[in-house]
Design a protein around this ligand. Sequence first.
Ligand code: NAP
Ligand code: ZN
Length: 352
Amino acid sequence: MYQAQAYSAAGATAPLAATSISRREPTERDVQIEILFCGICHSDLHAVRDEWNEFMPTIYPIVPGHEIVGRVTNVGSTVKKFKPGDLVGVGCLVDSDGTCHECEADLEQFCPNRILTYNSPDRHSGSVTYGGYSESVVVDERFVLRVPENFDLAAAAPLLCAGITTYSPLRHWGVTKGKKVGVVGLGGLGHMGVKIANALGAHVVVFTTSPNKTEDALRLGAHEVVVSRNADEMAKHAETFDFILDTVSAQHDINSYLDLLARDGNITLVGAPPEGLNVKAFSLIGGRRSLSGSPIGGLRETQEMLDFCGEHDITADVEVIPIQKINEAYDRLSNSDVKYRFSIDMASLKSQ
Ligand code: NAP
Ligand code: ZN
């Protein structure tokens, strides 16, 4: 084991603070990575504040962070895919059993034995996994992604969660040229959803509660913007959408979006409000509509997304912060005040 500098929270109401954590020395299958940037996902905030206690109780201290980009510093003896100096990424998964039918189908996100990047049992240390708010991480090579060299690294980090979480359902539900697609919530996930849906050729409509995001939404690739608090604007789109991606992090009226779906249209929830949502049966029944959810994506699809984003020159719009500003960033994130993802410059860890 070796010691790595990191930021952790000691409890649901405690601020994040500097700490030192134990990481394993790389085993033969491991890749050791110097972390350069780590995005701040709203899931980090839910987890730190233990808002998902009912489903995934948080174990403290927690070191969040699952949008990791860095350089390989060391590899184990059997590692084939990577060498020191390679630019790599790590997302929300760091292990799975590799043998179940989900893993065999490249859908590790559904493996019953998947291990998340933080707050999951760590079979190496016997403790829990620690995420990317840290100077380095050691990960099985199967869970390490190649990051295209043409990317701005701070802006590439959010692809590892926000990118794949939006790319996967957009592909799964057949979003392509000629489809009318809604994106609800213009935050970290939402703004990636807009860019990717636009690149897939769809007609993209953003639904936002923040009128001051309208110009940005258009610049990011939306063709239309609806301020969702305006019932008349909403009504103009009734029964017209093929697909809507809902990225909202808090409770909201899902029925007002279900009513915008055309026959056989689908809404996929990627946003994970702790309180859940109230669904009216008749909002679904009338148009044979469906409501589903989607978690991140498997490794094969995450690599496909990174390559797709490399080809289309898609990265996140980021505000780069030093790690010392993390608690301020969390406060702003909980107020929907970020354009559109915070990315932590991990070099700042060394200037404590
Ligand atoms: P974010 O940057 O905070 O964006 C969420 C957006 O939702 C806000 O910018 C805001 O957009 C809208 N919003 C917030 N509160 C709202 C409210 N009370 N009513 C209506 N709209 C509201 O968060 P994120 O990082 O994109 O994450 C979004 C959600 O996805 C979180 O719950 C997160 O945990 C979840 N998530 C899920 C997965 C998965 O695998 N399914 C992966 C990552 C994250 P406007 O200002 O435009 O209204
Ligand atoms: Zn995330």
